[in-house]
Structures are given as structure tokens and as C-alpha cells.
Design a protein around this ligand. Sequence first.
Ligand code: TYD
Ligand code: MG
Length: 427
Amino acid sequence: MTFFVCSNCGYGSASWMGKCPDCGKWNTLVEKPEFAKTSSSKATKKIKITKLKTVASSYKIRFKTGIFEIDRVIGGGFIPGEVVLLTGEPGVGKSTLILQSLQNIPSLYISGEESAEQVKVRADRLKINLDNFYFSNDTQVEGIIAGLENLSEEIKIVVIDSIQTIFSKDIEGPIAGISQLKEVANKLISFAKKNKITVILIGHITKVGEIAGPKTLEHLVDCVLNFEGEKISQYRLLRASKNRFGSTDEIGIFEMSGGGLKEVTNPLVFLEQKNQYEPGKAIVGVTEGKRPLFFEIQTLVSSTVFAVPRRVVKGLDYNKTLLLIAVVKKYLYLPLDSYDIYVNVIGGVSIKSTSSDLGFIASLLSSFKNIPLPKSSLFIGEVGLLGEVRASYFEDKIVSEGKRLGFKKIFSSLNVKNIKDLKILLR
Ligand code: TYD
Ligand code: MG
């Protein structure tokens, strides 16, 4: 009996079909002999157990990059054998970040996207110390692993830029197709674990995380780093969305300049005009990881010409924003169904913390009433479905940092119990 397998996504079927019902691609089903069970998988294999306490751990070793903003996000440094997936939109600065961060660690940089000369020219421009860097343009995963296993140079980290350009000779699907990506990733992961070499896989994603590729690898790797930012803005955020060897709530902030990425430590970096308050603008204090940061939220409320009013949200969670709009509508009796609402966070960054809820509502009211919020005001607090204001994570720390940085009127769960209390600001 024969079996048909989709060469793009690996979907299996007993009969041939023109279109794969799983990934929707045409003409990708190819005939395969039925998967025969090998004799070894038929035999009973007794499980082997180990006392956890006696397991030797190599996780005490960390390869520090020396760039504080990166080391903080990854939990202190890369671990031998760790597999890291670094994702971001094309052009955001992933290759630059990697070149800058690995100068002190013996590394092999495998690029399917740029030639040795291109990488060298860029590294020279960024004044990167190349003593520890090796380079290869080869893109066949079996060849890469065979080469690495017989290498005389000592390599601690292997970078694959990008995983979408590497292929396996054992899989027939197209390069960057899901079955290729999985095979390549699985081979590199077992290589990393066996040889205790850190592997960094770079993966491109589109704005909405559209290309399914890197997403499907997230559960296979130890750490997923997302490098975010708009190309029009110079700021970039590095965030871990998964980290088996560290926490996931730290962020690293960088500025892209002519000389590459620079670390940013100023918590007010995202506020362009700190002292100018116009209708619709609110400054919020949040913590990303353990660090207080301050962002400007702008909201524009304008009467709608549509049957269903428009809601456009950039930089905040879309569903949470809709929820807060509904809370405002209900408890402050505002006819928001007749208004379009546009929300933006300045700097092209997105806020993950819920401490921005109160500030978003303040900016919404301010635009609706067309009255600016008080000068030097700062908003900190999570808002619930009943309109109540809840203390946010590390509230006292944000408040004291806000005071230190010169905010005079700080609104938080300490003095605002319900969003109804905000009304007096805008009389
Ligand atoms: P790159 O690291 O190649 O992005 P990725 O690997 O994520 O595709 O960076 C590309 C962009 O960064 C490019 O558009 C130019 C900009 N850039 C600078 O502004 N300054 C610099 O010093 C470098 C190296 C790049
Ligand atoms: Mg690149």
C-alpha cells in the first residue's frame, strides 16, 4: 500500500489530492512507501530512570556577550548546548545584533544570505573584533554538521543566518517549507545537545508573524528571542518570549545608529516631548521585567462616518484595548459607538504590561473632551472589567522612579480607585 505525504507541511493521506487540506498548497502531495515499523520499534524497550540529584549540569557555564542589554534578556549569557531562535522582520537588525554580541566568543557564522565579503565589510564598519569569527556560506545541514564534528578550531557558538536558507538533503520539500525547517532544526538541535555547542537560529517573520516557519520551531528550541521595532524608528526592543534557562520578562533596549546598535539605559528614551501635554496624550509608567519605563500613548477620538466605528491600535494589545473602550462606554456613559478611535504608542514599540490601562483610558477621555491632561502627569495602573483600578506589578518602584524623573502628578491605584475618578481631571 502506498501513502501520500505533503512535501510542504508533512500532512499524510491514504489517497492523492491536488490540494493539501492542511497547508492549502497545490501539487505538493508525493507518493511514499508506507512507513514500515522497524524491528527495533516493535521490541519492548524498558525505560531507564535516573536520580535527578545525580545528573551533572553544565548550565553553570554561561557565555557572556558583554553587552549588558542582551545578557540580561537571555538570563546571564548563552549556555553550552542551548538552541536559541532569534526572530524579527527583515531589516530590523538581527544580523547586526549577532555580529556585535559575539565578538568575544569563538563563533562560526553561517550565512545563506550574505557573502563573506559583505559580512566583513559591515563588521569593519562597525569596528568589530574579528579574531574569534569563522564564516561559511554552506547551506546543507548535513554538510554543516559533518564539518563541525571534525573541526580543529574551537567553536562555542554556531549562528545560522537564516534558518530559511538552510536545507536538508533528506527532505524533498521546498527550502523554507515547513517540513524542511523542522528537519533542519531537529538536526541542529540534536547536534547542539550532543556537542554542547550553542546554536543560534535566525528566522525572519513578517509584521503579523505571518510566515508560519519560525513559529512552528518555537516549541523545539530552548529560547525564543524577538527583536522588534519599526524601521522608521531607531529604537529596537529585544524580548524573550520563551526561555528555559532564564526569565521571560526582561527586555533589552537598543538604538540603531550609523555605527550599529547601541545600548539604551535612559528610561525616558521613548518620550520625545516630555513637557508638552496636548489633548489625547498620556504618559504611562510600566515595568518591563524589573525595569521601570515610560511611554507616550496617543489616542484620537473622532466622530465616525461608518456604520461600524473604526478601532485602530498600534503598540497596545488590540483585544485589551477594545475591552477598555467597552468599560469606559459603560461606566462613564460615553457614546463611543459613534466615534472612531485610533491609538498609538510613540517610538514604534509595543507595551506588554497591563500597567498602561489607566493611561490609555486617560488619553481616550482627554481626546474625547479635547482637554489636555495635567502638566507633568503620569498614569500607572491596571483597569478591570468593573472599572476598578488595580495596583500593577512593582507599582511603588514605578512611582518612586517617576518622582525622581520629575513627574509631579502621579495617578495610580493609590489615589485612583475607579476610572470614574478620572472625570474630575477633565471638567
Ligand atoms: P540587518 O542586521 O542586516 O537586519 P536583518 O539581519 O534583521 O535583516 O540590519 C539591516 C538594517 O539596519 C539596514 O536597513 C541598515 C540598518 N543599519 C544601520 O542603520 N546601521 C548600521 O550600522 C547597520 C549595520 C545597519
Ligand atoms: Mg540579516
